[in-house]
Design a protein around this ligand. Structure first.
Ligand SMILES: Nc1ncnc2c1ncn2[C@@H]1O[C@H](COP(=O)(O)OP(=O)(O)OP(=O)(O)O)[C@@H](O)[C@H]1O
Length: 909
């Protein structure tokens, strides 16, 4: 009890033995064989034959049987030396509970039992240790050595917590007790490092085991003990008897046991009472047991020493007895032996008692460890549940997040898709706008291009005019230079004359009166010459006026409406057989008659004859006539326009009869008229006349007025109105392009423009030029700065549409509409002329019946001079139309229109 108390009072840290030294002595075999408890057999053997070494395997048969159990235990312990020394402890304990009267018996069975015990030891360590992890309670109940093994594992300082107590450690490594220095080794399969092992080993039990071999080793020098060679433990020499292993260096003596590695901070957070609950007392118990054991070992050592002293005494006695047999001494020895045996038995009983206590303490320790294991398992279970819960929650959360993310992705996708759609629609709209804009730009550019082209044309025209002006200026400069030369010559002449006159003056100074009289005479002569010149100029002006008057009288006598007939020549494409026979009876004389021969007719008598269709006009131009010849006849009318009359020249006839050729071709009436006007106007400048010429070119198509000098795109679109100034007898057209004719060359560009505009329109309606009336209007305004006279005349050159009959043309649709309009306007023209022919003052003239007659109102009446060309096609096919045209022309020719009035007035002076 005293030892027990001492053990309990020892510090806890004392019990921890992770040192190799302590472990080295854990060899159970050696521990058993060298325990302080001397095998009785040994003592007997030594007593019988101290010099002879007796083998351990030759015990006395008589004493073997009764102590078979302890011997078995001893051999078993020995056999398990390779497996686990803790089992030795437990077995030792068992031997104490059943004390054996004769210890030599155990020695006798030492060798044989040892062999039989081996498999069992291996079984316990090879298979049960892992089971102890899974079923700690069961293991503890049935296999105490397993727990002991665990304890020993811990004591090895092998971070054994990972395999003995860690709920998550790998399979328990096999404990190998064959290790030379540690005596117990864990296999390499222990997978968890364990610097932080909570359960550091205690050295107390190791000390308990190893204290014996130290003593036994000493004895083994004299006693041939079989166990010695088998033990690979280092043999403790007597120099370090009863060495109690020093406690292992502890990292922190006061350090409380910590939970295994997997039970970390979080675990404590989950179960903060963990530490408190696991305030085991097994360590203290273990320490107590260690103390007790050490005390026991000390006693054992002491007893061993005493026993060795006694042995020595016995030897001495024996030696004495060998020489001197003394019964008394033997009796003493016998008594001493009995006494020693009793003492020995008593001590063994004490030892067994202590061992029993140790076993109890170990059991309680194991119980505590089991509780700890249970607590750990419980914690582990909770931990697993928590982990599962957390994992489940995480999984759920993950799923929720995944769903949320999927929703967000869907939303984003929808959003992006809608944005893309919006962007797409926007881009499409922009593209549409751009396309529209570009189309508009193209249209605009086209318009601008057209305008530019017109501008270029105008500029070209202006350039031409400027060139003409330049030429004129050059001519003027040339004239001025000539004048200057003349003036220079005159100056030289004058200088010589002055000199002559000076000489003469000097000469005449003598007779001044004569000279004065001569000067006056000269002066008078000069004045007379000047007045004579003025009289002549005045006479010239009067004659010009008279000429105009006479000219107009002649024109009036000729008739204010005259009709010329022109037959165009046959074209190369027209065969001679297709030409209708025509006769010109007075071609060589007045050339006023034409006879259109009808088709051949056979009389009932078989006589072939042709019907004659004679016509008479103011002039008939045959196929061979040229435009120049024709113009000669009409130039007087153009002069009338310059004189201030309204003149209207129009060509009438069926399509292809030569109207355009006569009127608008390069050398047609229009260019020639303009040329004549320009030249005449220049000539009249000497007589004080200055003329300005302005031109319009319009078209009457389907009873609409179009500007042939305007924008071709506006043809048929822009509306033009005809306005009449009844006071001045003037006609104006709204929004019409007026071109100032500064030179005759400009006429050609005007005609080209008009032609181009008509050709653009012709793409819409075929043969536009044939289906519309074109009117070239030339307004001539002249002023005489000497006489103050002013004249305003208009020359209208009209190219009428084809006059073919509706019935013959068999037109339909648009063409029918065109034909109807043409016929209506031509019929209106005939009606107007007929009304004018009736000559009734104040009689109604149906000018408004058509656009054409309304436009030509002031150029058709008594206030104008009218010339009608009736154009004739030579073709047989056109014969019928030709006759119709000629009949219409005859009617016009027979019409007498009243006297034309000159649009002239004298400037107010
Ligand atoms: N006096 C002529 N000398 C030579 N060729 C002529 C003459 N008169 C007309 N032609 C030719 O006859 C053809 C038809 O003439 P033009 O086009 O002038 O007839 P049109 O009456 O004006 O026809 P449309 O009414 O269809 O305009 C043209 O090729 C033209 O050159």
């Amino acid at each position: 009890m005293e030892d027990e108390n001492m053990a309990q009072s020892r510090p806890v840290t004392r019990s921890r033995i992770p040192q190799a030294g302590g472990l080295r002595e854990m060899n159970s075999a050696s521990a058993n064989s060298r325990s302080g408890i001397m095998p009785p057999g040994t003592l007997v053997a030594k007593a019988v034959s101290p010099t002879r070494q007796r083998p351990m395997t030759s015990p006395e048969p008589k004493k073997q049987a009764p102590i078979s159990r302890p011997a078995s235990a001893a051999s078993k312990v020995h056999a398990r030396g390779n497996s686990l020394n803790s089992s030795t402890v437990s077995r030792s304990g068992s031997t104490t509970t059943r004390p054996t009267p004769n210890f030599s018996a155990s020695t006798m069975s030492y060798g044989s039992r040892g062999m039989s015990g081996m498999p069992r030891a291996q079984t316990s360590f090879g298979t049960r240790r892992p089971n102890s992890l899974q079923r700690p309670a069961a293991s503890l109940n049935t296999h105490v050595e397993d727990s002991a093994g665990s304890i020993l594992g811990k004591r090895k300082g092998m971070r054994s917590s990972s395999f003995s107590y860690s709920p998550f450690s790998g399979p328990l490594g096999t404990l190998d007790n064959h290790s030379g220095h540690n005596g117990l080794r864990r296999s390499a399969s222990v997978g968890v490092e364990s610097d932080e092992n909570v359960f550091d080993d205690d050295s107390s039990e190791a000390s308990f085991v190893t204290a014996q071999p130290a003593h036994l080793e000493k004895n083994s020098a004299n006693v041939p003990v079989k166990a010695a060679p088998r033990s690979r433990l280092p043999i403790l020499t007597p120099s370090k008897p009863c060495r109690v292993p020093s406690p292992p260096p502890q990292k922190s003596p006061s350090k409380a046991p910590r939970p295994p590695k997997y039970l970390r901070k979080s675990t404590f957070l989950i179960n903060p009472d963990y530490h408190a609950d696991n305030e085991w007392n097994h360590e203290s118990k273990e320490k107590d047991m260690t103390e007790i054991f050490q005390t026991f070992m000390l006693k054992m050592n002491q007893q061993g020493q005493e026993a060795s002293g006694l042995k020595d005494a016995i030897d001495v006695y024996k030696s004495r007895n060998s020489h001197d047999t003394d019964k008394g001494a033997v009796a003493d020895l016998e008594r001493a032996r009995d006494s020693l045996s009793e003492t020995n038995v008593t001590q063994r009983v004490e030892m067994e008692s202590i061992k029993n206590q140790l076993t109890l303490a170990q059991n309680s320790l194991e119980t505590a460890r089991r509780e700890q294991d249970i607590a750990i398992d419980d914690l582990e279970g909770r931990h697993r549940i928590e982990l599962a819960t957390i994992s489940h929650e995480n999984k759920k959360e993950k799923e929720v997040l995944a769903v949320q993310h999927a929703d967000e992705i869907r939303d984003l996708k929808r959003k992006f898709e809608s944005e893309i759609e919006d962007e797409k629609a926007k881009r499409v709209r922009e593209l549409g706008n751009l396309t529209t804009q570009s189309a508009m730009d193209v249209q605009k550019s086209q318009l601008e291009l057209n305008n530019k082209e017109r501008d270029i044309t105008t500029l070209k025209r202006e350039l031409d005019n400027m060139r003409a002006d330049l030429e004129r200026e050059s001519k003027t400069v040339h004239d001025l230079r000539q004048n200057l030369d003349t003036a220079t010559t005159n100056g030289v002449t004058l200088e010589s004359t002055i000199r002559a006159l000076k000489a003469r003056i000097e000469f005449l100074e003598g007779g001044r009166e004569e000279q004065s009289q001569a000067f006056e005479r000269c002066n008078q002569e000069m004045m007379d010459a000047l007045s004579e010149t003025e009289k002549i100029k005045e006479k010239l002006r009067r004659e010009e006026t008279l000429r105009r008057k006479l000219h107009n009288q002649v024109q009036e006598l000729k008739g204010n409406i005259r009709v010329f007939c022109r037959v165009r020549p046959s074209l190369n494409s027209e065969p001679a057989t297709s030409i209708a026979p025509m006769q010109y009876p007075d071609e060589s004389e007045d050339a006023k008659e034409i006879n259109i021969m009808g088709p051949e007719e056979k009389s009932s008598l078989g006589i072939v004859s042709r019907k004659n269709n004679p016509f008479s006009f103011d002039r008939v131009f045959g196929p061979s006539s040229q435009n120049a010849e024709v113009f000669d006849e009409i130039s007087q009318l153009v002069q009338s326009a310059l004189d201030g009359y309204n003149v209207c020249i129009f060509c009438y006839g069926q399509t292809g009869s030569g109207k355009t050729h006569t009127m608008s071709s390069q050398d047609g009436m229009i260019p020639r008229a303009v040329h004549q006007i320009y030249e005449t106007a220049q000539g009249l400048e000497e007589k004080g006349w200055r003329y300005t010429m302005e031109g319009n070119f319009v078209e009457v198509y389907n009873e609409n007025l179009n500007d042939l000098l305007g924008n071709p795109d506006e043809l048929d679109k822009k509306k033009h109105e005809i306005r009449h100034d009844m006071q001045r007898g003037k006609t104006f057209i709204t929004d019409i392009t007026t071109v100032k004719l500064d030179s005759p060359e400009m006429v050609s560009s005007i005609l080209r423009n008009a032609d181009a505009n008509r050709s653009v329109a012709a793409t819409k309606a075929n043969e536009r030029s044939s289906r519309s009336h074109s009117v070239f209007i030339l307004k001539l305004t002249g002023e005489n700065h000497v006489t103050g006279e002013r004249s305003e005349g208009t020359l209208n050159l009209v190219d009428l549409a084809g006059s073919e009959r509706l019935s013959h043309s068999q037109a339909t649709g648009e063409r029918l509409k065109e034909t109807q309009n043409i016929n209506r306007s031509l019929s209106s023209l005939g009606d107007v002329i007929a009304a004018l022919g009736q000559g009734k003052d104040g009689g109604h003239i149906p000018y408004r019946n058509s656009k054409l007659t309304y436009l030509l109102q002031f150029s058709l009446g008594g206030n104008s001079k009218t010339l009608m060309f009736v154009m004739v096609s030579p073709l047989k096919a056109h014969l019928s139309e030709t006759l119709t045209s000629l009949k219409f022309a005859t009617k016009v020719h027979n019409t007498h229109i009243g006297t034309a009035k000159r649009q002239a007035r004298v400037r107010d002076s």
